[in-house]
Write a protein that binds this ligand. Structure first.
Ligand SMILES: Nc1ncnc2c1ncn2[C@H]1C[C@H](O)[C@@H](COP(=O)(O)OP(=O)(O)OP(=O)(O)O)O1
Length: 626
C-alpha cells in the first residue's frame, strides 16, 4: 500500500515537473525574444540619435573652443589650415562624443587628438599598438615642445613613477600619455591611477590608434584590443576617439560594439590620394630579370628619388638588398630580426637620403613620416588590400606625385596563403589583393574604392593609374571553361594516384611537362599557352571559387595544394568568362578561328558612360591548332 502511494506521488511530481519544464522553456523563449527586441530598440534609438548627431554642422566655427583651437593649430603645430574631416572630428570629440575617424595613411589623424588635448584640461590617453610608433610620436611632439609621455613594458621604475604622479597632479602640464593596449590589460596599478585621474576630472579623452585592431573582421586583429571594451564602463563621460586608415563598414560597426561606443560619429575622409600613381607589373619569372627591372627603376625612372621596396620575408629582404647593392644601388634592408640599433641606423640613413631605398618587410611601417617618398614598390603582393593601402600610402605625404608599383606573380599568392590561411579572413583578404592585381581593365582607384565601400567614378582618376593612363589599350573577354575541364581531369588523375598537386605541378601537367604520371594521356588536351597565361587563368579560377587551396603541414612548412572548388560542380556547359588584356590574346587570335572579338577598354575618360561591352565566346587555348 505504502509502495503504491510513493509511486503515485512520484508520478504526480514527474508530471508537475514536466509542466514546469515546459513553462521554463516557454519563459526562456519569451525572455530571449524580449532581450532581442530590447537590443534592437536600443540599436534603433542609437542609430537615430547618431543620424541626428551626424546631421549637425561639425565643420562649424561657432563652438566655444573654436578661436583657441585655431590659435593653437598655428602656434603649437605651425599649421595654417585643417584638412578635410579634421575639424569635424575635433569638434565632435571636444563636445564629448565618441568618434571614429577613418582617414588615409598620412592624412593627419594624430592632429585630431593632439590638438584637442592641448586645449583641454587634463590628460589625453593614447592607445597605440607599437612601441616604435609611440617613440616616433613622442619625438615629434618633443620637437614641438608639447608635454607627452609613454608607458610600456620597457618603461623604467622612475619613468612609471613620474608618469603616475603627473596623472593625478593638477599642476602637471602633461597633455598626452601614450600606452600600449597590454599596459591597460595587464597593469592594475595603472588602471587604479586612471580611475583617480577620472575622479579628479583630469581624464580628457581616450584616443585609440589603429582602432581596426579591435575587430576580428579587420585585417590586423589584436587580442589585447578586446580589453579596451572596459573603458566605456569605467569612464562613462570620457570621449573615445578611434582612428584608422582602413576600415570597411563591417569593421567600423564591429569596432563600435567592441568599444561599447554610444552615439558614435563616424567621419570618413576620402580614401583617394590623388597624387599617387598606381601600377601593377607582372613579376619576371627569374630573380635575375626581376633584379634587372628593379635596377632600371631605381637608376632611371626613380633616379635621385627616395622610396621603399616591400618584400615578404626576412630572407627575401636581405637577399634582394644585397643583389641590388651589387648593382650599385644605394639600398639597405630593414626587418624585425635586426637589432634595434641597426634598425634606427637604417631608418635615419634613409631619412637623410644616405640610402635611396629601404628594402623592407612590413616591420618597416607604422610611424614612418618621411614626406618625400616618391615610390613604394611591392616586390611581392601584400596580404590584404588594407595592408597594401597602408604600405603604398607611405608614398607622397608631401602631396607631390609618387608611384605605387606592385609586382604580381601567382607563386607569391601561394607563399602568402600558407601564412594567412589560419586567420579568420586571411584568405578572403589575400584574394582581394590578388584580384586587384589580375584585373586587366578596371581603374585601380575604383578597385580600392569599392573595397573600402566608397563610391567612385573612375573618371576622377586623372589617368593616375596604369589602366586609366593607357587609353588606347583594349580588353577582351574569353571563355576559360574548357581549361577548367582539362585542369579537373588532371586533378582527378592525381586523386586516383593519391597524390596532391601544387599549382606549379598542375600547370606543369597542363603544359604536358613535369611528372609524367600526372600528364593527360591525350597530349592534345595539354596547353601551349605560355606559363604567364596559365598562371593568370589559374588565378582567375581560384579567386572565382572554381579551384580551392588545400593546406597541409609538414614538419618544416605548410604547403598549399589545389583541389576543385565548390563552384566547379555547377558549371555544366556554361561559359566561364575572364577578362584579359586584348594584346595578350592576339597570338591566340592568329592561331584559332576568330570566334571572339576584343572590346574597347573602359578608359579613364569614358568609362563612366561607356556601354558594357558584349561578351564574346573566345577560346584562347591554341592546343588544337596544329
Ligand atoms: N592640416 C594639416 N596641414 C598640414 N599638415 C598636416 C595637417 N595635419 C597633419 N599634417 C601633417 C603632420 C604630419 O607630418 C603629416 C601626417 O600626419 P599624421 O597625423 O602622422 O598622419 P596619420 O596619423 O594619419 O598617418 P598614419 O596613418 O601613417 O599614422 O601631416
Amino acid at each position: 500500500m505504502a509502495q503504491l502511494s510513493v509511486e503515485n506521488e512520484t508520478k504526480k511530481i514527474d508530471a508537475e515537473l514536466m509542466v514546469i519544464e515546459e513553462d521554463i522553456e516557454k519563459l526562456q523563449e519569451r525572455k530571449s525574444k524580449l532581450l532581442k527586441r530590447k537590443q534592437s530598440l536600443k540599436e534603433k534609438a542609437n542609430e537615430e540619435a547618431t543620424k541626428k548627431l551626424a546631421s549637425q554642422d561639425w565643420e562649424s566655427s561657432d563652438f566655444p573652443w573654436t578661436t583657441k583651437l585655431r590659435a593653437t593649430l598655428k602656434d603649437a603645430f605651425h599649421i595654417e589650415k585643417f584638412r578635410p574631416m579634421q575639424l569635424s572630428a575635433m569638434n565632435a570629440s571636444l563636445k564629448g562624443h565618441d568618434v571614429i575617424l577613418i582617414m588615409p595613411t598620412g592624412g593627419g589623424k594624430s592632429l585630431c587628438y593632439q590638438l584637442p588635448a592641448l586645449i583641454s584640461d587634463g590628460i589625453t590617453l593614447v592607445i597605440t599598438p607599437l612601441v616604435s610608433l609611440m617613440e616616433d610620436q613622442l619625438a615629434s611632439l618633443e620637437k614641438l615642445g608639447i608635454q607627452a609621455a609613454k608607458l610600456n613594458a620597457s618603461s623604467s621604475k622612475e619613468e612609471v613613477n613620474l608618469v603616475h604622479t603627473a596623472m593625478t597632479d593638477i599642476k602637471s602640464s602633461l597633455k598626452l600619455l601614450y600606452v600600449t593596449p597590454e599596459k591597460l590589460a595587464k597593469s592594475k596599478r595603472f588602471m587604479t591611477k586612471l580611475q583617480k585621474m577620472y575622479q579628479i576630472k583630469r581624464f580628457a579623452c581616450v584616443a585609440v590608434d589603429e582602432v581596426h585592431c579591435c575587430s576580428q573582421w579587420g585585417h590586423d586583429f589584436r587580442p589585447d584590443y578586446k580589453y579596451l571594451g572596459v573603458l566605456r564602463s569605467l569612464f562613462p563621460t570620457v570621449p573615445i576617439v578611434g582612428l584608422t586608415a582602413t576600415a570597411t563598414i563591417n569593421v567600423t560597426n564591429d569596432v563600435q560594439k567592441m568599444l561599447n561606443m554610444k552615439n558614435c560619429l563616424v567621419f570618413k575622409a576620402s580614401f583617394n590620394r590623388p597624387n599617387l600613381y598606381y601600377e601593377v607589373r607582372t613579376k619576371p619569372s627569374t630573380q635575375k630579370e626581376c633584379i634587372e627591372e628593379l635596377v632600371e627603376l631605381l637608376q632611371n625612372r626613380f633616379h635621385g628619388q627616395s622610396g621603399i621596396i616591400y618584400t615578404t620575408s626576412v630572407k627575401d629582404c636581405d637577399q634582394l638588398a644585397s643583389e641590388l647593392r651589387q648593382q650599385n644601388c644605394r639600398v639597405a634592408s630593414y626587418h624585425a630580426s635586426l637589432e634595434p640599433a641597426d634598425r634606427t641606423k637604417v631608418h635615419t640613413g634613409w631619412r637623410d637620403n644616405k640610402y635611396q631605398a629601404v628594402v623592407a618587410t612590413i616591420a618597416f611601417g607604422m610611424g614612418i613620416d618621411k614626406p618625400d617618398v616618391r615610390f613604394v614598390i611591392h616586390h611581392s603582393i601584400s596580404k590584404s588590400m588594407e595592408n597594401f593601402y597602408q604600405e603604398s600610402g607611405r608614398a607622397g605625404r608631401d602631396e607631390l606625385q609618387a608611384c605605387c608599383i606592385v609586382y604580381w606573380r601567382l607563386s607569391d599568392l601561394f607563399r602568402l596563403s600558407t601564412m594567412v590561411f589560419t586567420e579568420q579572413t586571411g584568405l578572403r583578404n589575400l584574394y582581394a589583393m590578388a584580384a586587384y592585381c589580375i584585373d586587366p581593365e578596371r581603374c585601380r582607384r575604383e578597385i580600392i574604392a569599392s573595397h573600402f565601400d566608397e563610391r567612385w567614378e573612375s573618371s576622377s582618376c586623372n589617368e593616375m593609374c596604369d589602366h586609366c593612363s593607357s587609353k588606347e589599350s583594349t580588353s577582351a573577354e574569353i571563355d576559360i571553361a574548357e581549361h577548367l575541364t582539362t585542369l579537373s581531369q588532371i586533378l582527378e588523375r592525381a586523386e586516383e594516384q593519391q597524390v596532391r598537386v601544387t599549382a606549379q605541378k598542375l600547370i606543369d601537367a597542363w603544359q604536358n611537362t613535369g611528372q609524367v604520371s600526372l600528364r593527360l594521356p591525350d597530349f592534345k588536351k595539354s596547353t601551349k599557352l605560355p606559363r604567364d597565361k596559365c598562371e593568370s587563368i589559374l588565378a582567375h579560377l581560384l579567386l572565382e571559387g572554381y579551384l580551392k587551396e588545400d593546406f597541409h603541414f609538414t614538419p618544416y612548412s605548410t604547403i598549399s595544394y589545389l583541389l576543385l572548388g565548390g563552384r566547379a560542380n555547377f558549371i555544366g556547359d556554361k561559359e566561364i568568362i575572364m577578362k584579359v588584356e586584348a594584346s595578350s590574346v592576339d597570338e591566340a587570335e592568329k592561331a584559332t578561328s576568330s570566334r571572339g572579338k576584343t572590346v574597347r577598354k573602359q578608359s579613364a575618360t569614358h568609362s563612366a558612360t561607356a556601354k558594357k561591352p558584349k561578351v564574346d565566346k573566345y577560346l584562347i587555348d591554341v592546343s588544337d591548332s596544329d
